[in-house]
Design a binder for this molecule. Structure first.
Ligand SMILES: Nc1nc2c(c(=O)[nH]1)N[C@H]1C(S)=C(S)[C@@H](COP(=O)(O)O)O[C@H]1N2
Ligand SMILES: [Mo]
Length: 365
C-alpha cells in the first residue's frame, strides 16, 4: 500500500498511518522510502505536478505564485539528510498507563531519516521580502481532515526565525527520487529538528504573519496539555504548541521479548536530539539504571539526523531487562518513567527505553 513494504505496522488504512517494524530501521542511517513511516490526517492528494502552484503571501513586499519549474530554476538546490519524528512516537509507553482515545498506538517506528532535496524556504521568503514585524510562517495544504473541528485542510506554522534557517526546505525529492504521493508530492516542507507535524506535505501556500497559524493542527492538536486537561474543552492558553523535538532514544534490535543466545549480544538503536541540540552520549544498563555502559555512537549523516548507537552486552543465561537513555549537548537526559509524562493526547514519550530479553544456552548438539 502506497509503495510500503509488506511488514509495515498499519495503524489505519484510511487515513493511511503506518510505521516500520524496528528491525527495518536498524543499522540504516537513511531509511528507504518503502520503509519510512507515514502519518496522514486525511485522504492522500494525488496532485498533477504541472498544475501545482505555491503562493507566498501575507506580510511580504512581493507576493509570489511559483510553479515547480520556478522553484527548481529560481533558487539554489540543497540536499540534506534529516530525521522526521512524529510527536506521537512511542505513544504505546503512555497507553500502558492510561487510555488515549482516538490516537494511534505508535510504537518505536514513527521516526525515519531521509535525504531531502529542494530549495531553502528562507531563500524563497527572502525573494518575497519579509516584513520586519513578522514572527511566524504558516503552511497550508489541500488535504481536508475529518479529525479536525471544524473539518479543515491541514496546516501549521513555525517561527519565522526557524523558517529563515538554512535547514528548512521546500523539498521535491526524498532519497534522490521524486516525492511519492504519500510523502507529499510534488513539494513538501521539511522542518528538521521539529515535530513531524510541521513538515507540511502537498504544501500550496506559505504565509508570513504576526501570529502562529490558526489551523486546528497548530492550535488544538499537537499541543502538550497538562495531564488533567480535557482535550475536547481545553482553552487556547492551556498547554504548549509543540515545535522542537525533545531528546529521545529507543532500541531497534533485538526486539522486545526476543530470545537470544547467552554471551556477547549487540544491542542497537537510535538517539535523536531536536533542533539545535546534538546527541552527546547513549548509556545502556542491565540493572535498571543502577550502573551503565556507554554505547558506541555512529556519526550522524548531517546535523539534523538521528544517531545510531550500538553496545555489546555480555548476557548470562536467563531473563534480562535492557534500559537505554541518551544525553544531549546541553547536558539534558531523558526522564526515567513515562508515568511523569502522561498527557491527554499522548505526545512526547521520551522516557528511558526498555526491552526484555531471554538469553539461552548456546550449546548445540
Ligand atoms: N498536508 C499534510 N501534511 C502533513 C500531515 C498531514 O496529515 N497532512 N501529517 C504531518 C505529520 S503529523 C507528520 S508526523 C508528518 C509525516 O510525514 P510522512 O508521512 O512523510 O512520514 O507529516 C506531516 N505533514
Ligand atoms: Mo506527526
Amino acid at each position: 500500500m502506497w509503495g510500503k513494504r509488506d511488514d509495515m505496522v498499519v495503524h489505519d488504512v484510511e487515513p493511511f498511518n503506518a510505521e516500520p517494524p524496528p528491525y527495518a530501521l536498524a543499522d540504516q542511517p537513511l531509511t528507504g522510502v518503502d520503509t519510512f513511516y507515514s502519518r496522514n490526517h486525511g485522504p492522500i492528494p494525488q496532485l498533477h505536478a504541472p498544475d501545482w502552484r505555491l503562493a507566498v503571501d501575507g506580510l511580504v513586499t512581493n507576493e509570489l505564485d511559483l510553479t515547480l519549474d520556478d522553484l527548481q530554476n529560481g533558487f539554489e538546490h540543497i540536499s540534506l539528510p534529516a530525521t522526521l519524528q512524529c510527536a506521537g512516537n512511542r505513544r504505546t509507553g503512555l497507553l500502558q498507563l492510561r487510555d488515549i482515545p482516538g490516537e494511534a498506538p505508535w510504537r518505536s517506528g514513527a521516526v525515519s531519516t531521509a535525504r531531502w532535496t529542494g530549495v531553502r524556504l528562507g531563500d524563497v521568503l527572502r525573494a518575497a521580502g519579509v516584513a520586519e514585524d513578522a514572527q511566524h510562517t504558516a503552511f497550508e495544504a489541500p488535504d481536508v481532515s475529518a479529525d479536525s473541528q471544524p473539518a479543515q485542510a491541514y496546516g501549521s506554522s513555525i517561527p519565522l526565525s526557524k523558517a529563515l534557517g538554512g535547514e528548512v526546505l521546500l523539498a521535491w525529492e526524498m532519497n534522490c527520487a521524486p516525492l511519492s504521493d504519500v510523502h507529499g508530492a510534488p513539494v513538501r516542507v521539511v522542518v528538521p529538528g521539529y515535530i513531524g507535524a510541521r513538515s507540511v506535505k502537498w504544501v500550496q501556500r506559505v504565509a508570513v504573519q504576526c501570529e502562529p497559524s490558526q489551523n486546528y493542527f497548530q492550535t488544538v492538536a499537537y499541543r502538550l496539555l497538562p495531564p488533567e486537561a480535557d482535550p475536547d474543552t481545553a482553552g487556547p492558553a492551556e498547554g504548549l504548541q509543540l515545535g522542537a523535538v525533545a531528546l529521545n532514544a529507543d532500541v531497534l534490535r533485538p526486539a522486545d521479548g526476543d530470545t537470544v543466545p547467552a554471551g556477547p549480544t549487540e544491542i542497537s538503536g537510535y538517539a535523536f536530539a531536536g533542533d539545535q541540540r546534538r546527541i552527546a552520549r547513549v548509556d545502556v544498563s542491565l540493572d535498571g539504571g543502577a550502573s551503565w555502559v556507554q554505547a558506541d555512537l555512529d556519526e550522524p549523516a548531517s546535523d539534523w539526523t538521528w544517531q545510531l548507537w550500538r553496545a555489546v552486552l555480555d548476557l548470562a543465561e536467563g531473563p534480562h531487562q535492557v534500559t537505554v537513555r541518551a544525553w544531549d549537548t546541553t547536558g539534558a537526559s531523558q526522564p526515567k518513567s513515562p508515568a511523569a509524562l502522561w498527557n491527554p493526547k499522548g505526545y512526547v514519550n521520551n522516557s528511558w527505553a526498555r526491552i526484555g530479553l531471554t538469553a539461552t544456552s548456546t550449546s548445540r548438539d
